[in-house]
Design a protein around this ligand. Structure first.
Ligand SMILES: C[S@@+](CC[C@H](N)C(=O)[O-])C[C@H]1O[C@@H](n2cnc3c(N)ncnc32)[C@H](O)[C@@H]1O
Length: 176
């Protein structure tokens, strides 16, 4: 009986650890699909002159792909939901990408001033909150790559439609 209670408690805790951050950030840890990931990577330049920040890294799949794409570039993922963050840490340890780090916490507290590339998959309200931070901190030439959700008032330098069932749009911006 006590083992059953323990398992039930652990399951409820795991659900709450995803549900509560989702309520607070208005972003669930839904991962970017493989098709959209390929479309995003295809928009990026061959080389980057500075670090990559993934804001809301979820389970880490997109950050791992970015770290593999740019092995000489530091890639930093930020995630506020504990279970996806633990999963992404394990993924990094097992995968052994030396240029990849996952931080637990609110990306609003990260300093983005050195970023060559910021990547996100955040719904509209979260993008609205992020926009003034990007405008205040990113240097000229920095790139912003977004899955599905556009930055209102910004002009994309490239847009593509991914070959997934949602025909997801992908947006690339360059800070001027
Ligand atoms: C839709 S998921 C995207 C996951 C991953 N970027 C991907 O594309 O596969 C959005 C993630 O952003 C996280 N998130 C939202 N706001 C955040 C914040 N202020 N700080 C850190 N993580 C945040 C959520 O917890 C969620 O896991």
């Amino acid at each position: 009986m006590s083992i059953e209670l323990f398992v039930l408690g652990a399951a409820l805790l795991a659900i709450a650890s995803i549900f509560v951050p989702t309520l607070l950030t208005q972003a669930s840890p839904l991962p970017t699909s493989a098709a959209v990931r390929q479309t995003m990577l295809a928009l990026l330049p061959e080389h980057l002159d500075g670090p990559v920040y993934e804001l809301g890294a979820g389970w880490g799949g997109l950050a791992v792909a970015l770290a593999r794409r740019y092995p000489a570039t530091p890639v930093q993922g930020f995630e506020v939901s504990v279970l996806p963050w633990v999963f992404s840490k394990l993924r990094q340890i097992i995968g052994g990408q030396k240029n990849l780090r996952f931080h637990f916490g609110n990306f609003q507290k990260a300093d983005l001033s050195a970023a060559a590339l910021v990547v996100c998959y955040l719904p509209g309200p979260a993008m609205e909150k992020l926009k003034p931070k990007l405008e205040a901190e990113l240097k000229p030439g920095a790139l912003v790559l977004s899955n599905t959700f556009a930055l209102a008032g910004w002009q994309a330098v490239e847009e593509r439609t991914a070959p997934d069932i949602h025909a997801s749009r992908v947006y690339l911006y360059k800070v001027s």
